[in-house]
Design a protein around this ligand. Structure first.
Ligand SMILES: Cc1cc2nc3c(=O)[nH]c(=O)nc-3n(C[C@H](O)[C@H](O)[C@H](O)COP(=O)(O)OP(=O)(O)OC[C@H]3O[C@@H](n4cnc5c(N)ncnc54)[C@H](O)[C@@H]3O)c2cc1C
Length: 400
């Protein structure tokens, strides 16, 4: 079999598989490589996604869904609970099935998939243009030639670094996550995820309970990297579980890093493109990244198809991906980043006030859609102490 491809995609998470799916659908010869033997395993994720965040990209399959989200409960440091109803808000996925299915859908469109294949180096020609990927596949060294290389290899993107893009993250640029998948988890309503804010539980972040049917749930938290000190995220998780869910049975343990920072610059270097977590495009405030990963995979595939169909002569065409990303998501990302920069500094009294404000404006009400940036701005402009942060939002208010 020839090892020449239009596009080589490194990493079969939601970003990589979406990119492979759309490129193959657009007629490109696509190779998707994944270092693990099994796609979607291990995966470290709360698995929550909004309805539009999923349905904008794929028709939902029942087997992807562990449970439906019809609202949410926010819990303040003192234990005050605010419930918001939002029928059809979204889903808690079963990512082991979801990630594998996305990769299979790419294969069904004509992409080639190689598991147990880890990219180790970028290949380049005498002009230093990247020409492909060197990998270890089932213990053997192998080279793949490609016109475009996609780094979909997650937050610590080695491929991005090899292409010369600065993907280094400081402690203030990340949240450190820890999560248990557990049984025996009893919460008020199994279609309402719960979010706990407060510096005792999760300094600079929050804790979550994402129900996964019957009495099972993902219980996790994210802590701002620069607030951890010598502690580990899992220590906070153990304290949280002991306090609120003693007696649960832990079935799986996982941990991971969430980028909570500006996107990488550039996202495209020559013929190498960064997508998903590799491009640091998770929502910096909530840590949600599945939907953005799929969006970036689709946009990168579109730019790549344009480039290949034009004869792969003008690498500038690939920059269309970066422009499209900024047009669709740039402003929202900046608002969430500004919100995160405020969030990490809030004290418990301020969290208490915010929960009270939300209780007044949204408590026990039903919404068919929630404009999160608008809610954030609403809080900032209503809270006397948070108002000092208003100037940092002003540039976003006047941008399209
Ligand atoms: C604790 C935690 C909770 C989270 N909860 C949520 C949530 O509830 N909702 C949400 O939307 N997001 C959540 N996220 C974020 C979400 O998991 C990521 O944004 C999403 O998985 C990004 O997808 P991706 O395809 O870019 O990267 P990944 O899912 O990380 O996939 C990258 C893939 O690349 C492979 N790979 C890496 N290097 C190589 C190599 N050299 N060669 C071949 N393959 C390679 C990896 O094995 C992996 O399969 C959470 C993250 C964490 C850490």
């Amino acid at each position: 079999m020839s090892n020449n491809y239009d596009i080589i995609i490194v990493g079969a998470g939601p970003a990589g598989s979406s990119c492979a799916y759309h490129s193959a659908k657009d007629g490109l010869k696509a190779l998707l490589i994944e270092k693990h033997e099994r796609i979607g395993n291990p995966v470290c994720c709360g698995e929550g996604i909004s309805k539009t965040g999923l349905e904008n990209f794929f028709d939902v399959r029942e087997e992807w869904i562990a449970s439906r989200i019809e609202g949410a409960v926010l819990v303040s440091p003192s234990g005050r609970r605010v419930k918001v109803h939002h029928p059809d808000a979204g889903y808690i996925l079963n990512r082991k099935v979801f990630d594998r299915d996305l990769a299979m859908m790419a294969v069904d469109e004509g992409a080639e998939l190689r598991v147990s294949t880890q990219a180790t180096e970028l290949l380049h020609d005498s002009r230093c243009d990247f020409t492909g990927v060197k990998a270890i596949s089932n213990g053997e060294e192998i080279e793949f030639q490609g016109k475009v290389i996609i780094a979909a290899d997650g937050v610590e993107s080695r491929i991005g670094k090899l292409a010369g893009i600065n993907t280094t993250l400081n402690l203030s640029d990340i949240a450190v996550g820890a999560q248990y998948y557990a049984s025996g988890v009893i919460i008020e309503n199994s279609t309402y995820p719960e979010f706990y804010v407060g510096n005792t539980y999760a300094p600079g972040g929050y804790a979550w309970i994402f129900p996964k049917g019957e009495d099972r749930a993902n219980i996790g938290l994210g802590i701002a990297g620069d607030r951890l000190g010598s502690n580990k995220a899992v220590d906070y998780l153990d304290a949280f579980v002991e306090r609120f869910f003693p007696g649960i049975k832990i079935l799986e343990k996982m941990g991971g890093i969430i980028p909570t920072v500006k996107r990488v610059k550039p996202m495209v270097q020559g013929n190498v493109m960064l997508i998903g977590d590799a491009a640091h495009i998770t929502d910096p405030n909530s840590g949600a990244g599945i939907s953005n990963a799929m969006r970036s995979g689709k946009l990168a595939a579109q730019a790549c198809a344009h480039y290949i169909h034009e004869g792969a002569a003008d690498q500038h065409i690939l920059k269309g991906y970066e422009k499209a990303w900024d047009k669709e998501k740039g402003r929202e990302h900046e608002i969430y980043l500004t919100a995160k920069n405020i969030h990490v500094k809030l004290n418990d009294k301020e969290f208490e006030d915010i929960v009270e404000l939300l209780s007044k404006s949204m408590g026990d009400k039903t919404f068919l859609g929630i404009d999160v940036p608008k809610v954030i701005l609403g809080i900032i402009f209503k809270h006397p102490r948070l108002l000092v942060h208003a100037p940092s939002f002003l540039p976003h208010l006047f941008k399209k």
